[in-house]
Design a binder for this molecule. Structure first.
Ligand SMILES: [Zn+2]
Length: 120
């Protein structure tokens, strides 16, 4: 018994489909804000309850929205740049896995929808 190893849980599939529908014309991935917490390991960057943003992996310009590689679409400030770079930009072990996290930031989603509407 048990699930086959390659079986992808339903909520991952849903998240990946949700993300695939976001019309972002450059490479991106869902990511949380990362902040170093002293006395703990690098692995403990994950803050519960924070949103998943759209993290742009290329320079991006669309209408009045202008972002650089490594910035969030909503413009949310990156408060801890070095941790952000390590966790969100260098620690990319499996790009496909990243897409299983549903984007939850309302501002990112609002912008994505706007961009999608302008592309179509
Ligand atoms: Zn955001």
């Amino acid at each position: 018994m048990g699930l086959p190893k390659e079986k992808i849980p339903q909520h991952w599939i849903e998240a990946m489909e949700f993300n695939a529908n976001l019309e972002i014309p450059v490479e991106w991935k869902p990511a949380k804000k990362a902040t170093w917490r002293s006395g703990r390991g690098w692995y403990d960057y994950d803050r519960r309850g924070t949103h998943y943003h759209i993290l742009l992996l290329e320079d991006f310009k669309f209408g009045r929205i202008k972002r650089k590689f490594g910035e969030f679409l909503c413009g949310s400030k990156i408060t801890d740049r070095s941790t952000h770079e390590v966790v969100n930009l260098k620690l990319d072990l499996d790009p496909l896995m990243n897409k299983r996290f549903k984007v939850t930031c309302p501002k990112c989603l609002e912008r994505a929808e706007k961009i999608g509407g302008m592309i179509r």
